[in-house]
Design a protein around this ligand. Structure first.
Ligand code: ADP
Ligand code: MG
Length: 147
């Protein structure tokens, strides 16, 4: 039997999302894999920035759109930030040597992870960010599913 746990959180400002990310980053353990899904402009980069800060990374996070993976070594563990949006084929992940990251000693974060579903580790934390305009322009629902 597979054990899954879902936590749903709400934020009402970018600062709150940043703070939530920071908390996740402080609690992260080496070897964990987080996936991040949500529409453009929903706050994925804001949350990722918070996670980086929680790991003790001070430099700003930018979306690694053209490099697929961006590596930050200055925190309390390595931070591997993937954005697989532009990937053509999962084989490109082999060329990067993704297993060294996914099964390494850092925290892996994968944006657009649904595009590489077949190589995702079975145990991972899936984070989804959604808007709900009825609850305000800055409202975000953040769902965390532990697989
Ligand atoms: P993505 O990386 O998902 O495309 P960004 O993180 O770059 O999105 O941008 C999110 C935008 O939404 C920022 O301009 C941010 O200020 C704004 N925003 C408003 N409310 C929130 C919130 N509650 N959480 C995160 N971002 C928010
Ligand atoms: Mg972004």
């Amino acid at each position: 039997m597979q054990e899954q746990k879902v936590v749903t959180l709400e934020t009402f400002s970018p600062e709150e999302t940043l703070a939530l990310g920071e908390k996740l980053g402080r609690e992260a353990k080496p070897g964990e894999v987080y996936t991040l899904v949500g529409d453009l402009g929903v706050g994925k980069t804001v949350l990722t920035q918070g996670i980086a800060q929680g790991l003790g990374i001070e430099e700003p996070i930018c979306s690694p759109t053209f490099t697929i993976v961006q590596i930050y070594e200055e925190g309390r563990m390595p931070f591997y930030h993937f954005d697989v949006y532009r990937i053509g084929d999962v084989e490109e992940m082999d060329e990067i040597g993704y297993e060294d990251y996914f099964y390494g000693d850092g925290l892996t974060m994968i944006e657009w992870a649904n595009l590489i579903e077949e190589i995702l580790p079975r145990h991972r934390r899936e984070i989804t960010i959604e808007k709900d305009l009825e609850k305000g322009f800055d409202y975000r629902k953040i769902t965390i599913l532990q697989r």
